[in-house]
Design a binder for this molecule. Structure first.
Ligand code: DX5
Ligand code: ZN
Length: 217
């Protein structure tokens, strides 16, 4: 399915109210829910682990898209699979054995994603295309919401050509807003993660802005 899907990142939600935030963005038209797991080691920020993700699962009725910004990643795959992730994405930069990691994710019965930092070329996934369901192109250096967009349109175009007929999503993560989204979709991206651009101006008790923001993207 190559239709454009909007995946709000709950990194920009109210951390004391995740259940209602998830239901609010889904009610307002989110296609997927994006969960950013950070370890204070691979990235300079810490968010949440498998027990929190298992708690989110009870509220997600769409697709729970779990983005692991952790190193090492392999020891935690089963825990995030058991927590109910539909997709687990690992970074190509997080260790020497991304091929094994993707096999392990699929082996756990979960769709496998691979993420590329801005400095990593498209060619890093060239030999992984049959092992992956999603390529996440980072358009910020991972770690925080609300950062300035880094243009990766040429990388997206290159990946779409490399992917060919394979059923692989291209996801964009970082700085997505109504200004940056169109050229990425035109280049071949079909999943747009957005944190600050979805949650700004709203709250769980006033969630209509979430819907307006999603439609604007
Ligand atoms: C960045 C995270 C993103 C982040 C996006 O490390 O992977 O998912 O939440 O936030 P915005 O949309 O605010 O750039
Ligand atoms: Zn993310």
């Amino acid at each position: 399915d190559r239709s454009i899907k909007i995946a709000p990142s709950i990194l920009s939600a109210d951390f004391a109210d995740f259940g209602r935030e998830i239901r609010a963005v889904e009610d307002q038209g989110a296609d997927w829910v994006h969960v950013d797991v950070m370890d204070g080691h691979f990235v300079p920020n810490i968010t949440f682990g498998p027990p929190a993700v298992a708690a989110f699962r009870k509220h997600v009725t769409t697709v729970m898209d779990v983005h692991l910004m952790i190193a090492p990643v392999d020891p935690y795959i089963d825990a995030f699979a058991k927590a109910g992730a539909d997709i687990i994405t690992a970074h190509v930069e997080a260790g020497p054995h991304i091929h094994r990691t993707l096999q392990a994710i699929r082996g756990a019965g979960v769709k496998a994603g691979v993420a590329l930092n801005p400095g990593t070329p498209a060619e890093a996934v060239e030999h992984l295309l049959d092992l992956t369901d999603l390529i996440c192109v980072m358009t910020v250096n991972p770690g925080f919401g609300g950062q300035k967009f880094i243009d990766m349109t040429a990388k997206v175009r290159r990946l779409r050509t490399m992917i060919g007929d394979r059923p692989v999503h291209i996801e964009i993560d970082g700085g997505v807003d109504p200004t940056t989204a169109p050229r990425l979709a035109e280049a071949g991206a079909d999943v747009l993660v957005a944190g600050s651009a979805v949650f700004r101006g709203g709250s769980v008790s006033n969630s209509a802005p979430y819907g307006e923001n999603i439609r604007a993207i």
